[in-house]
Design a protein. Structure first.
Length: 285
């Protein structure tokens, strides 16, 4: 009797046999994980892009402060000649491309694509503590043939220089060489720095084919091309110090990156976007 009771008790306390997943159940679990990943990954990508946009705005804000401090000390804006004219009074130097860059200042042996001296030793370097990070958008991650380029921003061709007037004969438009020149469209409506498309960036000046003054501020064609790093949007800083991310509406404003110098700036027109830029670039006299 005792043996029988012991045997019965032993059987009742035995652990149940584990039940393995069937192939169908395993496939269902995998499908659920795939669906969750498909739902989450775009949201994570948007969150990353938004974070980069905030970082970009911070860089532009720091550069904007440098620009305005230089103006306060010198009663004029940092020089922005463009046209491959190097000089220590320029807001920056260094002509970029997808190979190693072109041109150089006396004594410089590091290619322009990698040469931080062209940023640190230029006019704004002393005003941003020679922080080279403020010259580049964090979303610009495609390197040149010799490594990541040091700059992704350019300055409005009508600010700090006369190259736009000289090259394109825009004698009917305002040029902004000092703060008192910012009469139209005004400091809050005049952009100074933007992120330039990586196929378009070369010298430090951003050019725009402005329309005849009778059509201002209607559509114009691009000379250089703005970037669209932030979900089809571009970072801008303005003369009053504020910065913003502007969303492009026209597909021509956000061409693919081809790693071909000037490929993005071949006279494209963006009827939905360029009037916004034209109205904030300069104004008729």
């Amino acid at each position: 009797m005792m043996r029988s009771a012991s045997t019965g008790r032993s059987k009742r306390l035995s652990p149940p046999t584990p039940h393995a997943f069937t192939l169908i159940e395993l496939l269902v679990v995998i499908a659920i994980i795939a669906i969750l990943a498909a739902l989450l990954l775009p949201a994570l990508a948007r969150a990353k892009s938004k974070a980069e946009g905030i970082f970009c705005l911070n860089n532009l804000k720091q550069q904007s402060l440098s620009f305005n401090m230089y103006n306060s000390d010198n009663a004029k804006f940092a020089y922005n000649p463009g046209g491959y004219v190097y000089g220590t009074n320029n807001w920056c130097n260094g002509v970029l491309d997808w190979t190693q860059g072109s041109g150089s200042m006396p004594g410089e042996t590091v290619p322009p694509n990698l040469n931080t001296n062209y940023l640190k030793n230029a006019a704004l370097g002393a005003y941003n503590a020679k922080n080279i990070g403020v010259y580049k958008c964090p979303a610009d991650r495609i390197p040149s043939a010799i490594g990541p380029r040091v700059r992704s921003i350019s300055m409005n061709g009508f600010v700090g220089g006369t190259a736009e007037r000289d090259v394109y004969d825009y004698t009917a438009y305002h040029m902004y060489l000092k703060e008192s020149d910012l009469t139209r469209p005004g400091p809050a409506m005049t952009w100074v720095f933007l992120d330039e498309h990586p196929d378009s960036i070369n010298d430090w000046l951003f050019g725009l084919h402005m329309p005849p003054v009778t059509l201002w501020p209607q559509a114009a064609s691009w000379d250089d091309m703005p970037a669209s790093y932030h979900n089809g949007a571009c970072g801008f800083s303005f003369a009053d110090g504020h910065c913003e991310i502007h969303k492009w509406l026209d597909q021509n404003s956000k061409p693919a990156i081809l790693k071909q110098t000037t490929a993005a700036s071949s006279g494209l027109t963006s009827p939905k976007d360029s009037p916004w830029v034209v109205a904030r670039t300069s104004a008729p006299l």
